[in-house]
Design a protein around this ligand. Sequence first.
Ligand code: PMP
Length: 397
Amino acid sequence: MASIGLASFLRRNLAELKEKGLYNTIEPLEGPNGPIIRIVGRDLINLSSNNYLGLATDSRLVEAAVEATRTFGAGSGAVRTINGTLALHAELEEKLAAFKHTEAAVAYQSGFNCNMAAISAVMGAGDAILSDELNHASIIDGCRLTKATVIRYGHSDMDDLRAKAQEARASGKYDKIMVITDGVFSMDGDIAKLPDIVRIAEEFDLITYVDDAHGSGVLGEGAGTVKHFGLSDRIDFQIGTLSKAVGVVGGYVAGSRDLIDWLKVRSRPFLFSTALPPGAVASCIAAIDILRTGKELQERLWANAAYLQQGLRRLGFSTGVTETPITPCIIGGEEETQRFSARLYEEGVYAKAIVFPTVPRGTGRIRNMPTAAHTTEMLDRALAVYEKVGRELKLIG
Ligand code: PMP
């Protein structure tokens, strides 16, 4: 009987998603996720990856993975606390701490599960979490795993945060109170107001937690949003991912030695999920070495982002409030945005539509992610397609 219920539940809901144009068809890539990708035999300009610095296909990372795989094997064999911790994991964590200017760091299997791990290891019943309303899904789920009271504040609204922090503290109901924010918001590309957040946190004795998935490798000479504002010694949790600018897979927390020691004995994905494989860890080490020694890739990323953003604005498109390489091109309604993205695809540009409910109604956008690996010629071709489709759909004159 249960399977009949499941079957009709799935049929009904899948049909509804398809009807609303919200069903995401996945097209496998037939080669690497570089600036040009191959799908169904066609080469497309790729403006949708998080491979900010082009490191996902960098030969130095590939060679490091091959060598480590030959030496240590394909898998790590166990969870970190049994015997899955290889010398490579320890080396990566030391390098991450140095990279983030903290005492210590701990790596997880993904950025997503890092937020599952870290928030619930510290926060519980009798605590409160102040969370920006536009925080990433993994933060929202990480908060849900705790028994803490979650209080959302308006996006980057510092008056609202201050008022809610004051109220929470004055209520006397909570023991620990945490403020948690993305460092860079992934849909609009705006940067969190960390100096204000730190001031409010110090006034009301809040724990500070910054998920810098989109800032690491991009801002603060590569070290991220916290370093960008010179706040490395005033943020308790610095979360990063190893899947975006670093180009591989994994996540990490950087912070005080005591915090990291605590996470290593209390955070559940560290205790109960198998450690990152040797090849991935070795690639991450190679990537961190590249990030720490050279600024060339970051400079290319920012130059490419400025070129694309200026080009779109010159054509008459709005790129919203972005302050980073994340380049939204605001289209409007859901259908219109989907149609725009589909036309880009037909014309050889892969750039995904982001629509309600991921972003507010009427602000559907194409989210472009230029990388250090794009050439000016690729960006010019993409802009020419934007111009053609924009005119055709009467979005620009
Ligand atoms: N946090 C933020 C802010 C993100 O944007 C993402 C990636 N979408 C994640 C966490 C998850 O990272 P990962 O892909 O490494 O799991």
